[in-house]
Design a protein around this ligand. Structure first.
Ligand code: NDP
Length: 499
């Protein structure tokens, strides 16, 4: 489907989606109806799967894994399927972006860039299928040879969130497939459409049946059952730290499945007095507002050199005030609607807390009321102290808290004053300072004089309570494998028991 200018509005009636098991579409007995956060109009109807449906999906993934027609295929053949998927995604980019916008509320232009990133993930993973390897030991004596084989871990459960439904799927799925694993995916109920569209795309690309299965429904039913499932070998979960913890518990109480977790963040950006202040201010405004701040690596804490703080905060505030908020189908729009009613309320509550606890509101701090839609103006609080709620909690909205430092040591301490460790950034012209800060700040992703840049070649993941494991890149494929150590004796055995 090509999305032409005329159809860039919400559909007249919602589109029904089934769920996908073992290469076959099934109808839901009950359906969940999703309203577009930007249009307040019903756009999709998604099946509310049952735990029986989940069991069927896991059984299909297990059979496909054991059948071996994906798992044991040469890497080159798996690479072909992943490359064909990239080609098909390119052809269906407009359609995928359209449904992403309708369910999530993000601007169409951004959704298209995210599909481009997804394509790059499939291309990177295609290359990785041929590079995945173990190691050998030729150092064990004259007749003993050692090999370490990498084997796919088995059936992977993949639970994805609503903030980047398609992009987060694609930062994991191609790497899981590259490893030779089979998958059962549960997208966030409010944003399931594009994960379901992927089923036909993968089938058209030649992925054998049973390798990719999708069950839809609520996290408390389907997600929880996946975390507890005795026949899922690994669970990759992206979402809140609270649910990440419950997945750990469920794994411990079921089959000790391996976990990959990408959780919350409270990401600092350190701006030194010697940096290019205009570039840094633009990066800060982008970092906190991109995807309406509903982003795990969102810049939520500004840590700025006291000597330039007044000027810098003013620059950031002026830039934030110019951000174009509104209809995601308008090509001028930079940020769209807040994705869910619950999140909308959470963000407004945090803004109220910031005001009540004494932070100074420099810009934003209000809803932008346009008919029935959910928009929040990018918001900057200054004079925030580390004990305030807005300084500590992940807000997951376009709300920035500003702190000031006198010495670099103080900046590092402020940056590390959080339970999280997902991402961080420093802005300075001094290379030694940049390296010093890079090495001391606890974060899985670090940017110097840039923000949210990079590609699927490099691994992503968090330190501390931001998660376990890494996604993307060769490390992201290895994550879904396990090592088997093999020893081969080439000489006659020297006997333990005397004959
Ligand atoms: P959740 O952690 O609840 O949701 C993330 C995913 O987990 C969704 O697919 C959800 O399904 C599923 N899920 C929910 N409950 C369970 C469970 N018991 N077991 C297994 N899976 C489950 O996040 P929320 O949507 O509630 O958002 C709350 C906060 O989480 C946000 O304010 C933000 O701070 C953080 N968050 C962080 C994300 C990140 O990228 N790091 C992404 C999303 C949220 P369903 O939605 O269908 O119920």
């Amino acid at each position: 489907m090509t999305v032409t200018k005329e159809c860039l509005s919400a559909p007249v009636k919602p589109r029904d989606f089934g769920f996908f098991i073992d290469g076959v579409w099934h109808h839901g007995r009950e359906m969940y109806e999703r309203s577009s956060p930007s249009h307040n109009q019903s756009v999709t109807r998604i099946a509310c799967c049952t735990t029986q449906d989940l069991n069927a999906a896991v059984a299909a993934a297990r059979t496909a894994f054991d059948r071996g027609n994906w798992t044991q295929q040469p890497g080159a053949e798996r690479a072909e399927v992943l490359s064909r998927t990239a080609t098909l995604l390119r052809e269906r980019k407009d359609e995928i972006a359209y449904w992403e916008v309708l369910e999530n509320g993000k601007p169409l232009s951004q959704a298209k860039c995210e599909v481009d990133h997804a394509i790059a993930c499939f291309e990177t993973a295609a290359g990785a299928t041929r590079l995945l390897h173990g190691s050998t030991f030729n150092t064990l004596g004259p007749s003993l040879f050692g090999m370490v084989l990498r084997e796919p871990i088995g059936v992977v459960g993949l639970i994805t969130p609503w903030n980047f439904p398609f992009m987060i799927l694609c930062e994991r799925l191609p790497f899981i497939l590259a490893s030779g694993c089979t998958v059962v995916v549960k997208p966030a109920e409010v944003t399931s459409a594009t994960t379901l569209l992927m089923a036909d795309i993968l089938a058209d690309a030649g992925l054998p049946k049973g390798v990719y299965n999708v069950v839809t429904g609520s996290g408390s039913v389907i997600g929880q059952s996946m975390a507890e499932h005795p026949d899922i070998d690994m669970l990759s979960f992206t979402g809140s730290t609270k649910v990440g913890r419950s997945c750990i518990k469920a794994s411990a109480e079921s089959n000790l499945k391996k976990l990959g977790l990408e959780l919350g963040g409270k990401n600092p950006i350190i701006v030194c007095g010697d940096s290019n202040l205009d570039d840094a201010a633009d990066a800060v405004a982008f970092g906190v507002s991109f995807n309406t701040g509903q982003c795990c690596v969102s810049t939520s804490r500004l840590i700025v050199d006291q000597s330039v703080a007044d000027d810098f905060e003013q620059r950031v505030s002026e830039k934030m005030a110019k951000i174009r908020v509104g209809n995601p189908f308008d090509p001028e729009t930079q940020i769209g609607a807040i994705t869910t009613d619950a999140q909308y309320k959470v963000i407004l509550d945090y803004i109220d807390k910031g005001k009540a606890e004494g932070a100074v509101l420099l810009c934003g701090g209000h809803q932008i009321v346009r008919e029935r839609e959910r928009y929040i103006a990018p918001t900057l609080f200054t004079h925030v102290t580390p004990d305030m709620t807005i300084a500590r909690d992940e807000i997951f909205g376009p709300v920035l808290s500003s702190f000031r430092f006198k010495t670099v040591e103080e900046a590092i301490q402020l940056a590390n004053d959080t339970v999280y460790g997902l991402a961080a950034s420093v802005w300075t012209q001094d290379i030694s300072k940049a390296f010093r800060v890079t090495r001391r700040v606890k974060a899985g992703r670090f940017w110097v004089n840039t923000i949210m840049s990079g590609g699927p070649e490099t691994p992503i993941g968090g330190f501390r309570q931001s998660g376990w494991g890494r996604e993307a890149g060769l490390a992201g494929v290895e994550e879904y494998t396990q090592l088997k150590t093999v020893h081969i004796e080439t000489d006659k055995r020297s006997h333990w028991i005397a004959s």
